[in-house]
Design a protein around this ligand. Structure first.
Ligand code: SAM
Length: 212
């Protein structure tokens, strides 16, 4: 559940049925600037399988498909938004697929993704669900695969909204099985003014890469 100024989002599908997508707080046409910077500044090859987890409007998945990754999958628990994205984008980008998936009980295969981008999904989960999320991410990401995570920061003073995290919180949750490469204080670009304060974390799953 996530609290917004319009009340609590209890059902994401209802939310996508009723609200105008371009006015949603997280809506951004641009690829997230922290992810863009990371992809440009590191030696990440623009190939492999990329998951845009909790893709919502699909804008991030589209930009990643444009970058030339072999396959980009945008997943979301909302059937409504996934059907919308399929109609709008799948014909235009042969390397882009949208899939209905609940990350807390995911249908994706083990060791499937090279990269996962989570922009605003993890921070909506109740604390009791965080270990389920963690285990699912570990399962579907390849060893040495990278998770890019953007979530609200404890520095954000807004009354409503999702859960907030400190760098130490993220370290405590993820470092058992991930190398934390970087945690950066930043903003969540979208339709809110001022932009909410956020953390952008890059982490690599421990373990030996499988051959082939
Ligand atoms: C804050 S929105 C962010 C949307 C998108 N990542 C973006 O940046 O435009 C969170 C998204 O997570 C999705 N979501 C919530 N719970 C989910 C779950 N259990 N599994 C998959 N997606 C979920 C919601 O439907 C929503 O689209």
């Amino acid at each position: 559940m996530i609290k917004t100024t319009k009340g609590n989002i209890r059902n994401w599908d209802d939310y996508y049925k009723k609200e105008e997508i371009e006015k949603m707080p997280w809506y951004s046409e641009r690829l997230d600037f922290d992810l863009e910077e990371e992809l440009n500044s590191t030696s990440i090859p623009k190939k492999g399988i990329f998951l845009d987890l909790g893709t919502g409007p699909g804008t991030q998945a589209v930009k990643l498909a444009n970058k030339g990754f072999d396959i980009v999958v945008g997943s979301d628990i909302s059937e409504t938004v996934i059907n919308r994205n399929k109609q709008l984008y799948e014909n235009r980008y042969p390397n882009l697929k949208f899939v209905i998936d609940n990350i807390l009980n995911s249908i994706f295969n083990d060791n499937f993704f090279d990269y996962i981008f989570d922009r605003g999904c993890f921070h909506v989960f109740e604390p009791k669900d965080r270990s389920i999320y963690f285990n699912q991410i570990k399962r579907i990401l390849k060893p040495q695969g990278i998770l890019f995570l953007k979530c609200f920061s404890i520095d954000e003073p807004m009354k409503d909204g999702p859960h907030r995290f400190s760098p130490q919180d993220l370290y405590d949750i993820f470092s058992i099985d991930f190398y934390i490469i970087n945690i950066k204080k930043t903003f969540f670009e979208g339709t809110l003014n001022p932009l909410p304060k956020a953390l952008f974390t890059v982490m690599k799953l421990k373990g030996n890469p499988k051959n082939g």
